[in-house]
Design a protein around this ligand. Structure first.
Ligand code: NAI
Length: 213
């Protein structure tokens, strides 16, 4: 297989999880190969979009054959790094932090939750699905000892930058940020922001647009 391009646009990267999800479903159904046209129909993309996207990584299809579903699924998993384990901690063990801890689906994405941290003494010592909530002051030592590489921030907006600073100081290079604030971190630290409310605003806009017609 050709070596992938070094710089792939984020819009392609953001489509890969959808490819992965549909391909996994096809594998489960026993489908062994699929044309770009058929795959596009299922995903709601054009065949040329799919070919273009997958060509960014060296192309996986064969003229007249289409794509080998399992091979393509495994390659995408590889590109996304799903086969590697990332050990993560949650900071802020409130409603959202606990909901994330209760969701078992992250394991399939290679993320293993190792502990949660909070400032509230009433939460410290409790376990959520065997994941212990610890005092925030134990965080730096835990990160070093357990070789944690991902911090998931679920604290209120006001405290989030301080939490990010502590994570960075402890050596964390990847943050999944749920707090509604843009974090200031050094250039070598990756931050992926998730905002349900922004998605909701897009929905509001689309409803608004539809009702205007
Ligand atoms: P919550 O009040 O239930 O939980 C927050 C927890 O953080 C509390 O247990 C509190 O003791 C702890 N905490 C506060 N400061 C801390 C610090 N400096 N270090 C460690 N722990 C600290 O709040 P909830 O509902 O869980 O929301 C948490 C955050 O997530 C908020 O910023 C909220 O806006 C955000 N959120 C984001 C969503 C998204 O889609 N990105 C969806 C829902 C909430």
């Amino acid at each position: 297989m050709e070596k992938p391009q070094t710089s792939i646009s984020m819009s392609v990267i953001r489509r890969l999880p959808k490819y992965y999800r549909y391909l996994s479903e096809l594998v489960e159904k026993g489908v062994t190969r699929i044309s770009s046209k058929e795959f596009g129909r299922i995903l709601g993309f054009t065949a040329s979009q799919i070919r273009q996207d997958l060509n960014c990584f060296g192309g996986f299809g064969q003229q007249g054959y289409g794509y080998n579903v399992k091979e393509l699924r495994d390659e995408i998993a590889n590109i996304l790094g799903l086969n590697k384990n990332n050990d993560a901690i949650i900071i802020g063990a409130g409603n959202l932090g606990q909901a994330i801890a209760n969701y078992s689906g992250f394991r399939g994405s290679g993320f293993l939750l190792k502990a949660m941290f909070d400032i509230n003494p009433r939460l410290v010592g409790i376990s959520i699905r065997d994941i212990k909530i610890m005092d925030i002051d134990e965080m730096a030592g835990f990160i070093e000892e357990a070789k944690i590489n991902v911090g998931i921030i679920c604290t209120p907006k006001e405290g989030s930058q301080g939490v990010a600073d502590r994570l960075v100081k402890a050596g964390i290079k990847a943050i999944w940020n749920f707090s509604p604030t843009d974090l200031n971190v050094p250039g070598d630290v990756i931050v992926e922001n998730v905002q349900l409310s922004e998605s909701l605003m897009v929905l509001a806009y689309l409803i608004n647009e539809r009702d205007r017609i």
